[in-house]
Design a protein around this ligand. Structure first.
Ligand SMILES: Cc1ncc(C[n+]2csc(CCOP(=O)(O)OP(=O)(O)O)c2C)c(N)n1
Ligand SMILES: [Mg+2]
Length: 330
């Protein structure tokens, strides 16, 4: 029996099972998308695989009824927690009219859904960072109890938008949680060729905010860090920078061949720390999940994924002239 760490964080057994199920749902949707892509049915996949623990651990530490999420393209775990459904994600993958993100006009991964306060992002990486800072500024000016949660990759933390946004949030003590999902690669560029400092979180001091690096394969560690950052933000103490370290288990996207720049052994080694496996083991060691319950959860998740796939595959495309909508004033 390992130490029960979730109770100390104020998380019930039911809550951690829900976290596990959300992580598993993200993984199974993602795996299905790769099959659909290779079968020629959907054009593009950009994966969350290996980052589910960071995404779900963080999202569970936020208030999904009040807070704003400004996710980046891998954040399936975040948007599922904020209320986007498997069916909606599949509609986006198939680029169908009912896709809530863009009605099938955008590439997958450009999550946006007003009713769930998921703010749409743009394809140039890190542009969501100044947006998150702006939403936090608006919230502060209007006296609202909200924090904004924005994510980005470690490669993207070199982009000016991150530094400008972090500086402004630091100066004005805005309730922003900057979470860098460090997965060790920016397409083919390994971490040691991306940063001259050791940790992305080392950058926080330059912007007058606390910075912390946590194990991105451990949803509980991420939950604790994001909860603390959210509490700080709500108390008016300003922004925080959290770096979650994990590993990208898939190629960069369905259009990438990662064998050209990293060794299969390295990927195999990272798979031994796969958060779906390690968090499942934690739940079993603490007597919260047994083989029977694991199967029940997996069956439930697969049913959702199958139904979402069938629905989206059979759903209609938008009318061709819809492509011109929302582009020019009408
Ligand atoms: C401003 C800008 N430059 C380059 C790209 C092309 N691009 C898309 S994803 C990516 C890598 C980003 O790496 P990282 O931030 O580490 O995120 P990861 O994909 O590893 O999660 C690049 C260079 C882009 N979309 N926007
Ligand atoms: Mg990266």
């Amino acid at each position: 029996m390992t130490e029960n760490r979730h109770s100390a964080l104020g998380l019930s057994d039911e809550k951690v099972l829900e976290m596990y199920e959300t992580m598993l749902l993200a993984r199974r949707i993602d795996e299905r998308m790769w099959l659909l892509n290779r079968a020629g049915k959907i054009p593009f996949v950009i994966s969350c695989q290996g980052q589910e623990a960071a995404q779900v651990g963080a999202a569970f530490a936020l208030d999904k009824e009040k807070d704003y999420a400004l996710p980046y393209y891998r954040d399936m775990g975040v948007v599922l927690r904020f209320g986007m459904t498997a069916r909606e994600l599949m509609l986006s993958a198939f680029a169908k009219a009912e896709d809530p993100n863009s009605g099938g006009r955008q590439m997958p991964g450009h999550f946006g859904q007003k009713k769930n306060r998921i703010v749409t992002g743009s394809s140039p990486v890190t542009t969501q960072v100044p947006h998150a800072v702006g939403v936090a500024l608006a919230g502060k000016m209007e006296g609202k109890d909200l924090v904004t949660f924005v994510t980005f990759g470690e490669g993207s933390s070199n982009q000016g938008d991150f530094h400008e946004g972090a500086n402004f949030a630091g100066v004005h003590k805005l309730p922003v949680i900057f979470m860098c999902e460090n997965n060790k690669y920016a397409i083919s560029v390994p971490i040691e060729k991306q940063l001259a400092c050791e940790h992305v979180s080392d950058r926080a001091v330059g912007y007058g905010m606390p910075g912390i690096t946590v194990n991105g394969n451990d949803p509980l560690e991420v939950y604790g860090a994001v909860k603390e950052a959210a509490d700080r933000g709500r108390r008016g103490e300003g922004p925080s920078l959290i770096e979650t370290v994990s590993y990208r288990l898939t190629p960069h996207s369905s259009d990438d061949d990662d064998r050209s720049y990293r060794a299969p052994d390295e990927v195999a080694e990272a798979k031994t720390k796969d958060p779906i496996i390690t968090f499942g083991a934690y739940l079993k060691e603490n007597g919260i999940m047994n083989d029977e319950l694991e199967k029940e959860i997996n069956d439930r998740v697969m049913k959702i994924v199958n139904e979402a796939t069938d629905y989206a595959e059979n759903a209609p495309y938008a009318e061709a002239d819809y492509a011109m909508k929302h582009v020019y004033a009408e």
